[in-house]
Design a protein around this ligand. Structure first.
Ligand code: GLN
Length: 549
């Protein structure tokens, strides 16, 4: 029998419901349970694929080609679960399915209503996922906060679930905020009381409260929260702010959260195995040395737009025993005269994926700077396309070379629309999406770091390297190190004679894990660490030389 955990949030958004859910998943996995996680997003978009990074943050891509909420990235990084189309469900998808059924006549003349038709469709999406993988536990996170109008059908659906599967198989976890009010020098429990009351008004009594708080609170506060929220005091847990997100599972288990979950769900309380996780945290705490990576993008001022990239860089750091300092560089500020000033001090340059013309020339300049100065470089998707454009213009003499995404009339369309995209009209879900195999060229840097000949990586793009120019690129020192053989698509390139200049058409950041850094990030950070040491030695030599003069 599958057990169901529902994670709701209250008071404010951004409390870290995704990380809390992922951490619960991690702890239950450490008890030997087979776990999956699911996110409900109450917006009407069918998926976040068409949403602006300003609205939504990163779009996380699954192996099976779903464009999903970034919380699915946390789920995959904290657990071994593989996310799929069924792990992210939006209001848009639910209504779409119901309307299709109505048009087919499936409702046999009945009036189609939010209850029971929409709520049934929501419950079906939970059960479909549960049945798919024989999971012991399905953790479903409900996006937004209790009280949001658009979240109501989802909350109503999870209220009904115990009647379908039995109350003993359901657990409600509610994450709230216990703010510290500086003027009064006090932690306040009232917002939590109100949030739980709102949840109870719709018929959901939380079993466990996770209280996000800036500072640890005392037993009296805990008892007060319990009393007002109709809970036992031992069901109130603290989610104290931490610097290191991978520490959250450990903070939860120290308070006995996983024991409590197992008891509530009538699951055997077995011993957990968190050794690897604990070792990781111990190692992170001891990190001294650091490398600085310049991330050159359009959305560097947003917290969440490059979430998986920032995490993958850190994983690469864990694997190489260095802390990562990220220099967020707005590509629009990267004019030719400012390159030395902005990029002169970084140990590695990364250009992430992106769309549209704005800021593109700055990215191209950054790729050129990395190439010329031997600075370790990792280009991802649009980042690879920029590196190719730069190489075409500067090394191959193809003046004005461009991607047809930015200049439809360019004389040298070195990046061009994929053949399969030529008839595509709709924007939603129509890119080349998800995992494809890629064959690596033996003897290349990339083949060495992967230690494999065949890899699978996730994609999200419409444009590709134009094969007409491949010959001239290869003659000039650009090595094609990975190919999607079925349509002879260039998936990875690297530069001969450069310490580490690697660019890929896919998104390696979606497959990196804290305990198992992605090979490209591991290799990139290793090269950055080496570059940093060289740079420091050169600087030191210069200082000594000046002193001797
Ligand atoms: N805009 C480019 C394309 O569609 C790159 C996409 C990306 O970086 N994800 O091919």
């Amino acid at each position: 029998m599958t057990k169901f955990i529902f994670v709701t949030g209250g008071v404010v958004s951004s409390l870290g419901k995704g990380i809390a859910s992922a951490s619960i998943g991690c702890l239950l996995e450490s008890r030997g349970l087979k776990v999956t996680l699911q996110k409900f997003d109450p917006y009407i978009n069918v998926d976040p694929g068409t949403m602006s990074p300003f609205q939504h943050g990163e779009v996380f891509v699954t192996d099976d080609g779903a464009e999903t909420d970034l919380d699915l990235g946390h789920y995959e990084r904290f657990t071994s679960a593989t996310m799929t189309q069924d792990n992210n469900v939006t209001t848009g998808q639910i209504y779409y399915a119901v309307i299709m059924k109505e048009r087919r006549g499936d409702y046999l003349g009945g009036t189609v209503q939010v209850v029971p038709h929409i709520t049934d469709e929501i419950k079906d999406s939970i059960c479909r996922l549960a049945n798919k993988g024989n999971f012991d536990v399905v953790i479903t996170e409900i996006g937004g906060t209790v009280g949001d109008i658009e979240g109501q059908p989802f909350l109503e659906a999870i209220r009904q679930i115990p009647y379908d599967v039995g109350r003993e198989n359901v657990l409600y976890v509610h994450l709230t905020l216990v703010p510290f009010i500086r003027a009064a020098s006090e932690l306040k429990t009232k917002p939590t009381q109100h949030s739980v009351r709102t949840l109870r008004e719709i018929g959901v009594q939380p079993d466990i409260l996770l209280c996000r708080t800036e500072r640890r609170f005392d037993e009296a506060t805990r008892a007060k929260i319990a009393l007002f929220c109709n809970l036992n005091v031992d069901a109130v847990f603290q989610a104290v702010d931490v610097d290191e997100i991978y520490e959250v599972p450990l903070l939860f288990t120290q308070q006995g959260l996983d024991d409590m979950i197992l008891k509530c769900l009538h699951l055997p309380v077995t011993k957990h195995n968190l050794t690897e996780w604990k070792n990781l945290i111990d190692r992170i705490r001891l990190l001294q040395e650091s490398v600085t990576i310049g991330v050159v993008g359009k959305y560097v001022h947003l917290q969440d737009a490059y979430k998986s990239i920032y995490e993958s860089l850190r994983h690469g750091g864990f694997a190489n025993d260095v802390k990562i300092k990220i220099e967020r560089i707005d590509s629009e500020t990267l004019t030719a005269d400012r390159l030395d000033q902005i990029l002169g001090g970084v140990d590695g340059i990364l250009i992430p994926g992106g769309f549209g013309t704005r800021g593109i020339e700055g990215k191209i300049r950054a790729a050129g700077y990395a190439r010329e100065h031997g600075i370790p470089f990792l280009g991802i998707c649009l980042g690879m396309q920029c590196a190719v454009i730069e190489f075409a213009r500067s090394v191959c003499g193809l003046e004005g070379a461009n991607s047809t995404e930015f200049d439809t009339d360019t004389r040298y369309p070195v990046i061009d629309l994929l053949e399969s995209q030529k008839d595509v009209k709709d924007l939603g879900g129509t890119m080349r999406l998800g995992a494809y195999p890629c064959r690596l060229q033996p003897g290349t840097k990339v083949a060495e770091v992967y230690g494999a000949e065949q890899i699978h990586e996730r994609h999200r793009h419409r444009f590709e390297l134009n094969n007409q120019f491949r010959k001239v690129f290869e003659e000039k020192g650009m090595v094609v190190s990975g190919i999607y053989e079925e349509s002879n698509l260039v998936e990875i390139v690297e530069l001969r004679g450069h310490p580490w200049f690697v660019a890929c058409q896919f998104h390696p950041e979606f497959k990196s894990r804290p305990l198992n850094a992605h090979p490209l990030f591991r290799g990139f950070i290793k090269a950055a660490k080496r570059w940093s040491a060289t740079r420091q030695r050169t600087e030191q030599a210069q200082v000594t030389a000046t002193e001797q003069e």
